[in-house]
Design a protein. Sequence first.
Length: 400
Amino acid sequence: MDPENLLKILPDPVRHRVEPYFDALEVMTSVKDPKVLASLGPASVRGLVFQRGKQGQPTLIPATHDAYFDWSYPSDQPEMLELYRRAKEGQWNGETYLPWATDVDPLDPEVPVIPEHFLNFDAFEEFGVKLDARERAQLRADMLAWQLSQFLHGEQGALLAAAQVTEAVQFFDGKLYGATQVVDEARHVEVFHRYLDTKLEKLYQINDNLFVIIDALMGDSRWDMKFLGMQIMVEGLALGAFGTLYKLTKEPLLKELLRNVIQDEARHVHYGVLALREHVNHHLGEGERREREDWAFEVAVLMRNRFRAYEVYEEWFEHKLTRKQWQHVVDTSPGMQEFRHVMFSRLVPNLREIGLLSDRIRPHYDRVGLLRYMEGKAAHEVTGDQMLAELDGRPQLSAA
Ligand SMILES: [Fe+2]
Ligand SMILES: [Fe+2]
Protein backbone atom coordinates (compact mmCIF):
# COMPACT_ATOMS: atom_id res chain seq x y z
CA MET A 1 0.00 0.00 0.00
CA ASP A 2 1.16 3.55 -0.78
CA PRO A 3 2.49 5.12 2.47
CA GLU A 4 0.22 8.15 1.95
CA ASN A 5 -2.86 5.92 1.79
CA LEU A 6 -1.69 3.97 4.81
CA LEU A 7 -1.37 7.21 6.76
CA LYS A 8 -4.90 8.26 5.83
CA ILE A 9 -6.55 5.22 7.39
CA LEU A 10 -4.69 5.46 10.69
CA PRO A 11 -6.49 7.01 13.68
CA ASP A 12 -5.30 10.60 14.40
CA PRO A 13 -3.09 9.94 17.45
CA VAL A 14 -1.29 7.05 15.69
CA ARG A 15 -0.91 9.01 12.45
CA HIS A 16 0.70 11.96 14.27
CA ARG A 17 3.17 9.59 15.92
CA VAL A 18 4.05 7.75 12.70
CA GLU A 19 4.41 10.67 10.27
CA PRO A 20 7.88 11.77 11.49
CA TYR A 21 9.19 8.24 10.78
CA PHE A 22 8.09 8.63 7.18
CA ASP A 23 9.96 11.93 7.03
CA ALA A 24 13.16 10.27 8.29
CA LEU A 25 12.74 7.39 5.85
CA GLU A 26 12.25 9.82 2.99
CA VAL A 27 15.50 11.64 3.87
CA MET A 28 17.48 8.43 4.10
CA THR A 29 16.15 6.84 0.93
CA SER A 30 16.69 10.03 -1.09
CA VAL A 31 20.44 10.24 -0.26
CA LYS A 32 22.48 8.43 -2.93
CA ASP A 33 26.07 9.02 -1.72
CA PRO A 34 26.95 6.51 1.08
CA LYS A 35 29.38 8.99 2.71
CA VAL A 36 26.68 11.65 2.81
CA LEU A 37 24.28 9.10 4.28
CA ALA A 38 26.85 8.27 6.98
CA SER A 39 26.88 11.97 7.91
CA LEU A 40 23.18 12.80 7.63
CA GLY A 41 21.61 9.40 8.42
CA PRO A 42 22.31 9.16 12.17
CA ALA A 43 21.53 12.87 12.61
CA SER A 44 18.21 12.34 10.78
CA VAL A 45 17.23 9.51 13.12
CA ARG A 46 18.15 11.60 16.19
CA GLY A 47 16.39 14.69 14.85
CA LEU A 48 13.34 13.38 12.98
CA VAL A 49 12.52 10.16 14.83
CA PHE A 50 13.68 10.83 18.39
CA GLN A 51 13.19 14.62 18.11
CA ARG A 52 16.28 15.18 20.22
CA GLY A 53 15.97 18.96 19.94
CA LYS A 54 12.62 18.81 21.74
CA GLN A 55 13.48 16.46 24.60
CA GLY A 56 14.13 19.01 27.34
CA GLN A 57 17.37 20.53 28.61
CA PRO A 58 20.22 20.20 27.86
CA THR A 59 20.94 18.72 24.43
CA LEU A 60 24.47 17.29 24.38
CA ILE A 61 26.17 16.79 21.01
CA PRO A 62 29.65 15.19 21.18
CA ALA A 63 32.34 17.15 19.28
CA THR A 64 35.57 15.60 18.01
CA HIS A 65 37.56 18.16 16.03
CA ASP A 66 41.24 19.09 16.39
CA ALA A 67 42.15 22.54 17.73
CA TYR A 68 44.69 23.97 15.27
CA PHE A 69 47.45 26.13 16.77
CA ASP A 70 50.08 28.11 14.89
CA TRP A 71 52.85 29.66 17.02
CA SER A 72 54.34 31.54 14.06
CA TYR A 73 51.33 33.89 13.67
CA PRO A 74 51.41 34.07 9.88
CA SER A 75 49.67 36.86 8.01
CA ASP A 76 48.16 34.37 5.56
CA GLN A 77 44.79 35.63 4.27
CA PRO A 78 44.65 39.38 3.52
CA GLU A 79 40.95 39.28 2.59
CA MET A 80 40.09 37.65 5.92
CA LEU A 81 42.21 40.24 7.70
CA GLU A 82 40.23 42.96 5.93
CA LEU A 83 36.98 41.34 7.08
CA TYR A 84 38.40 41.23 10.64
CA ARG A 85 39.08 44.98 10.43
CA ARG A 86 35.57 45.68 9.12
CA ALA A 87 34.04 43.43 11.76
CA LYS A 88 35.78 45.30 14.59
CA GLU A 89 34.50 48.61 13.26
CA GLY A 90 31.02 47.22 12.64
CA GLN A 91 30.34 46.12 16.23
CA TRP A 92 27.11 47.39 17.81
CA ASN A 93 25.52 46.98 21.21
CA GLY A 94 22.22 45.12 20.97
CA GLU A 95 21.09 46.59 24.26
CA THR A 96 21.47 50.29 23.46
CA TYR A 97 21.54 50.37 19.67
CA LEU A 98 17.96 49.23 18.97
CA PRO A 99 14.75 51.13 19.82
CA TRP A 100 13.52 48.62 22.43
CA ALA A 101 11.00 51.14 23.78
CA THR A 102 8.92 50.61 20.61
CA ASP A 103 5.47 49.33 21.42
CA VAL A 104 4.91 46.14 19.39
CA ASP A 105 1.42 44.73 18.88
CA PRO A 106 1.61 41.80 16.46
CA LEU A 107 -2.19 41.92 15.99
CA ASP A 108 -2.34 45.63 15.04
CA PRO A 109 -3.56 45.82 11.40
CA GLU A 110 -2.13 49.36 11.09
CA VAL A 111 1.45 48.14 11.62
CA PRO A 112 1.50 44.58 10.21
CA VAL A 113 4.48 42.54 11.40
CA ILE A 114 3.96 40.47 8.27
CA PRO A 115 1.46 41.25 5.49
CA GLU A 116 -2.03 39.81 5.11
CA HIS A 117 -1.07 37.93 1.92
CA PHE A 118 1.77 36.12 3.68
CA LEU A 119 -0.32 32.94 4.03
CA ASN A 120 -2.63 31.33 1.48
CA PHE A 121 -5.88 31.60 3.43
CA ASP A 122 -7.92 30.40 0.42
CA ALA A 123 -6.27 27.00 0.76
CA PHE A 124 -7.53 26.72 4.36
CA GLU A 125 -11.07 27.36 3.10
CA GLU A 126 -10.65 24.68 0.41
CA PHE A 127 -9.83 22.21 3.17
CA GLY A 128 -12.89 23.31 5.16
CA VAL A 129 -11.06 25.39 7.80
CA LYS A 130 -12.58 28.82 8.41
CA LEU A 131 -10.62 31.52 10.23
CA ASP A 132 -12.02 34.92 11.22
CA ALA A 133 -10.00 38.15 10.92
CA ARG A 134 -8.61 37.91 14.45
CA GLU A 135 -7.61 34.27 14.05
CA ARG A 136 -5.88 35.11 10.77
CA ALA A 137 -3.91 37.90 12.45
CA GLN A 138 -3.01 35.59 15.33
CA LEU A 139 -1.89 32.85 12.94
CA ARG A 140 0.30 35.33 11.06
CA ALA A 141 1.81 36.50 14.34
CA ASP A 142 2.49 32.87 15.29
CA MET A 143 4.13 32.19 11.93
CA LEU A 144 6.38 35.17 12.60
CA ALA A 145 7.18 33.90 16.10
CA TRP A 146 7.94 30.48 14.61
CA GLN A 147 10.21 31.97 11.96
CA LEU A 148 12.05 34.15 14.50
CA SER A 149 12.35 31.20 16.90
CA GLN A 150 14.05 29.19 14.16
CA PHE A 151 16.34 32.17 13.47
CA LEU A 152 17.18 32.22 17.19
CA HIS A 153 17.92 28.47 17.30
CA GLY A 154 19.99 28.84 14.13
CA GLU A 155 21.89 31.71 15.81
CA GLN A 156 22.70 29.48 18.79
CA GLY A 157 23.98 26.89 16.31
CA ALA A 158 26.04 29.62 14.62
CA LEU A 159 27.45 30.80 17.98
CA LEU A 160 28.72 27.34 18.89
CA ALA A 161 29.82 26.49 15.33
CA ALA A 162 31.71 29.80 15.01
CA ALA A 163 33.57 28.95 18.23
CA GLN A 164 34.42 25.45 16.93
CA VAL A 165 35.50 26.79 13.55
CA THR A 166 37.72 29.42 15.20
CA GLU A 167 39.54 26.58 16.98
CA ALA A 168 39.75 24.26 14.01
CA VAL A 169 40.46 26.49 10.99
CA GLN A 170 44.08 26.53 9.74
CA PHE A 171 44.13 30.15 8.50
CA PHE A 172 45.50 32.39 11.22
CA ASP A 173 43.76 35.51 9.92
CA GLY A 174 40.62 33.36 9.86
CA LYS A 175 40.97 32.74 13.61
CA LEU A 176 41.16 36.47 14.35
CA TYR A 177 38.15 37.13 12.16
CA GLY A 178 36.33 34.12 13.67
CA ALA A 179 36.52 35.63 17.14
CA THR A 180 34.47 38.62 15.93
CA GLN A 181 31.89 36.28 14.50
CA VAL A 182 31.51 34.56 17.87
CA VAL A 183 30.66 37.97 19.39
CA ASP A 184 28.33 38.78 16.49
CA GLU A 185 26.42 35.53 16.95
CA ALA A 186 26.13 36.08 20.71
CA ARG A 187 24.59 39.48 19.94
CA HIS A 188 22.17 37.88 17.46
CA VAL A 189 21.08 35.35 20.05
CA GLU A 190 20.60 38.24 22.49
CA VAL A 191 18.45 40.43 20.20
CA PHE A 192 16.28 37.69 18.66
CA HIS A 193 15.63 36.21 22.08
CA ARG A 194 14.77 39.58 23.55
CA TYR A 195 12.37 40.34 20.71
CA LEU A 196 10.60 37.00 21.06
CA ASP A 197 10.55 37.13 24.84
CA THR A 198 9.43 40.71 25.41
CA LYS A 199 7.57 41.67 22.19
CA LEU A 200 5.94 38.52 20.81
CA GLU A 201 6.01 36.67 24.16
CA LYS A 202 6.31 33.33 22.42
CA LEU A 203 9.11 30.86 21.67
CA TYR A 204 8.75 27.77 19.48
CA GLN A 205 10.94 24.68 19.87
CA ILE A 206 13.61 23.94 17.28
CA ASN A 207 12.36 22.54 13.99
CA ASP A 208 13.47 18.90 13.59
CA ASN A 209 15.04 19.47 10.17
CA LEU A 210 17.11 22.39 11.42
CA PHE A 211 18.20 20.21 14.35
CA VAL A 212 19.35 17.48 11.93
CA ILE A 213 21.66 19.92 10.17
CA ILE A 214 23.06 21.44 13.37
CA ASP A 215 23.56 17.96 14.87
CA ALA A 216 25.32 16.67 11.73
CA LEU A 217 27.80 19.53 11.49
CA MET A 218 28.53 20.04 15.20
CA GLY A 219 29.63 16.41 15.51
CA ASP A 220 31.60 16.30 12.25
CA SER A 221 35.34 16.36 12.95
CA ARG A 222 36.18 18.10 9.64
CA TRP A 223 36.30 21.88 9.99
CA ASP A 224 35.33 22.48 6.39
CA MET A 225 32.11 20.48 6.85
CA LYS A 226 31.25 22.72 9.80
CA PHE A 227 31.98 25.68 7.57
CA LEU A 228 29.95 24.39 4.71
CA GLY A 229 27.02 23.50 6.96
CA MET A 230 26.98 26.61 9.08
CA GLN A 231 28.62 29.47 7.16
CA ILE A 232 27.25 28.60 3.75
CA MET A 233 24.07 26.56 4.17
CA VAL A 234 22.47 27.70 7.44
CA GLU A 235 23.88 31.26 7.38
CA GLY A 236 23.37 31.66 3.64
CA LEU A 237 19.75 30.61 3.89
CA ALA A 238 19.21 32.67 7.03
CA LEU A 239 20.60 35.75 5.32
CA GLY A 240 18.04 35.31 2.55
CA ALA A 241 15.28 34.80 5.11
CA PHE A 242 16.33 37.90 7.10
CA GLY A 243 16.24 39.91 3.87
CA THR A 244 12.75 38.71 3.00
CA LEU A 245 11.40 39.52 6.44
CA TYR A 246 13.17 42.89 6.42
CA LYS A 247 11.38 43.68 3.17
CA LEU A 248 7.96 42.41 4.31
CA THR A 249 7.64 43.80 7.83
CA LYS A 250 6.27 47.23 8.69
CA GLU A 251 7.19 46.88 12.37
CA PRO A 252 9.99 49.42 12.96
CA LEU A 253 11.89 47.65 15.78
CA LEU A 254 12.04 44.35 13.91
CA LYS A 255 13.11 46.14 10.74
CA GLU A 256 15.95 47.89 12.55
CA LEU A 257 17.01 44.68 14.27
CA LEU A 258 17.15 42.85 10.95
CA ARG A 259 19.00 45.70 9.23
CA ASN A 260 21.84 45.39 11.73
CA VAL A 261 21.89 41.59 11.75
CA ILE A 262 22.02 41.52 7.93
CA GLN A 263 25.16 43.70 7.97
CA ASP A 264 26.88 41.18 10.25
CA GLU A 265 25.64 38.11 8.41
CA ALA A 266 26.87 39.42 5.06
CA ARG A 267 30.40 39.32 6.55
CA HIS A 268 29.90 35.80 7.89
CA VAL A 269 28.85 34.34 4.56
CA HIS A 270 31.64 36.30 2.83
CA TYR A 271 34.14 34.66 5.22
CA GLY A 272 32.63 31.23 4.51
CA VAL A 273 33.07 31.74 0.77
CA LEU A 274 36.70 32.92 1.15
CA ALA A 275 37.74 30.03 3.39
CA LEU A 276 36.01 27.31 1.44
CA ARG A 277 36.95 28.57 -2.03
CA GLU A 278 40.61 28.32 -1.03
CA HIS A 279 40.17 24.95 0.69
CA VAL A 280 37.99 23.24 -1.95
CA ASN A 281 40.16 24.36 -4.86
CA HIS A 282 43.61 23.85 -3.33
CA HIS A 283 43.44 21.39 -0.47
CA LEU A 284 40.82 18.75 -1.30
CA GLY A 285 41.06 15.74 -3.60
CA GLU A 286 38.34 15.19 -6.21
CA GLY A 287 36.62 12.47 -4.15
CA GLU A 288 36.48 14.75 -1.10
CA ARG A 289 35.17 17.62 -3.21
CA ARG A 290 32.43 15.40 -4.65
CA GLU A 291 31.35 14.31 -1.18
CA ARG A 292 30.94 17.96 -0.11
CA GLU A 293 29.07 18.72 -3.31
CA ASP A 294 26.61 15.89 -2.65
CA TRP A 295 26.25 16.86 1.01
CA ALA A 296 25.46 20.47 0.11
CA PHE A 297 22.82 19.35 -2.37
CA GLU A 298 21.11 17.07 0.15
CA VAL A 299 21.09 19.79 2.79
CA ALA A 300 19.71 22.31 0.27
CA VAL A 301 16.85 19.94 -0.56
CA LEU A 302 16.29 19.22 3.13
CA MET A 303 15.95 22.95 3.76
CA ARG A 304 13.85 23.64 0.67
CA ASN A 305 11.36 20.84 1.18
CA ARG A 306 11.13 20.69 4.87
CA PHE A 307 11.19 24.11 6.46
CA ARG A 308 7.43 24.01 6.78
CA ALA A 309 6.47 25.24 10.23
CA TYR A 310 5.15 21.89 11.47
CA GLU A 311 5.38 23.25 15.01
CA VAL A 312 2.67 25.80 14.10
CA TYR A 313 0.65 23.07 12.38
CA GLU A 314 0.76 20.91 15.51
CA GLU A 315 -0.44 23.81 17.62
CA TRP A 316 -3.25 24.99 15.34
CA PHE A 317 -4.39 22.32 12.94
CA GLU A 318 -3.28 18.87 14.04
CA HIS A 319 -6.89 17.65 14.25
CA LYS A 320 -8.24 19.66 11.34
CA LEU A 321 -5.72 19.12 8.52
CA THR A 322 -3.33 16.35 7.50
CA ARG A 323 0.37 17.17 7.28
CA LYS A 324 0.07 16.93 3.50
CA GLN A 325 -2.72 19.54 3.46
CA TRP A 326 -0.67 21.82 5.70
CA GLN A 327 2.30 21.36 3.34
CA HIS A 328 0.08 22.46 0.47
CA VAL A 329 -1.01 25.60 2.38
CA VAL A 330 2.61 26.50 3.19
CA ASP A 331 3.96 25.70 -0.28
CA THR A 332 1.32 27.86 -1.96
CA SER A 333 1.60 30.78 0.47
CA PRO A 334 3.07 33.86 -1.25
CA GLY A 335 5.16 34.85 1.80
CA MET A 336 6.69 31.40 2.15
CA GLN A 337 7.37 31.25 -1.60
CA GLU A 338 9.14 34.59 -1.36
CA PHE A 339 11.25 33.21 1.52
CA ARG A 340 12.30 30.19 -0.51
CA HIS A 341 13.04 32.29 -3.58
CA VAL A 342 15.29 34.80 -1.81
CA MET A 343 17.00 32.15 0.34
CA PHE A 344 18.12 30.12 -2.66
CA SER A 345 19.02 33.12 -4.78
CA ARG A 346 21.60 33.86 -2.06
CA LEU A 347 22.79 30.30 -1.49
CA VAL A 348 23.26 28.84 -4.97
CA PRO A 349 25.77 31.45 -6.26
CA ASN A 350 27.89 30.87 -3.15
CA LEU A 351 28.03 27.13 -3.84
CA ARG A 352 29.08 27.95 -7.41
CA GLU A 353 31.80 30.29 -6.16
CA ILE A 354 33.38 27.76 -3.79
CA GLY A 355 33.45 25.05 -6.46
CA LEU A 356 30.55 22.87 -5.33
CA LEU A 357 28.35 23.21 -8.42
CA SER A 358 30.20 21.17 -11.03
CA ASP A 359 28.59 19.96 -14.26
CA ARG A 360 28.05 16.61 -12.52
CA ILE A 361 25.67 18.01 -9.87
CA ARG A 362 23.91 20.72 -11.91
CA PRO A 363 21.25 18.41 -13.37
CA HIS A 364 20.22 17.56 -9.78
CA TYR A 365 19.76 21.25 -8.93
CA ASP A 366 17.89 21.65 -12.20
CA ARG A 367 15.56 18.76 -11.31
CA VAL A 368 14.52 20.43 -8.04
CA GLY A 369 14.15 23.85 -9.67
CA LEU A 370 17.19 25.53 -8.06
CA LEU A 371 19.51 25.96 -11.04
CA ARG A 372 17.82 29.21 -12.07
CA TYR A 373 19.68 30.94 -9.22
CA MET A 374 23.04 29.91 -10.69
CA GLU A 375 24.00 33.26 -12.22
CA GLY A 376 23.43 35.44 -9.12
CA LYS A 377 26.11 37.31 -7.18
CA ALA A 378 28.11 35.42 -4.56
CA ALA A 379 28.72 36.79 -1.04
CA HIS A 380 32.12 38.33 -1.81
CA GLU A 381 30.56 40.37 -4.63
CA VAL A 382 27.90 42.11 -2.55
CA THR A 383 28.21 43.95 0.78
CA GLY A 384 25.56 44.20 3.50
CA ASP A 385 24.90 47.82 2.45
CA GLN A 386 24.29 46.80 -1.16
CA MET A 387 22.03 43.98 -0.04
CA LEU A 388 19.96 46.40 2.05
CA ALA A 389 19.83 48.95 -0.79
CA GLU A 390 18.49 46.23 -3.07
CA LEU A 391 15.86 45.21 -0.49
CA ASP A 392 14.84 48.87 0.01
CA GLY A 393 14.62 49.37 -3.76
CA ARG A 394 17.29 52.12 -3.54
CA PRO A 395 19.86 52.65 -6.33
CA GLN A 396 23.16 50.91 -5.58
CA LEU A 397 26.40 52.82 -5.61
CA SER A 398 29.25 50.57 -6.68
CA ALA A 399 30.36 46.97 -6.77
CA ALA A 400 32.06 45.46 -3.66
FE1 LIG B 1 24.03 35.32 13.20
FE1 LIG C 1 26.20 34.43 11.24
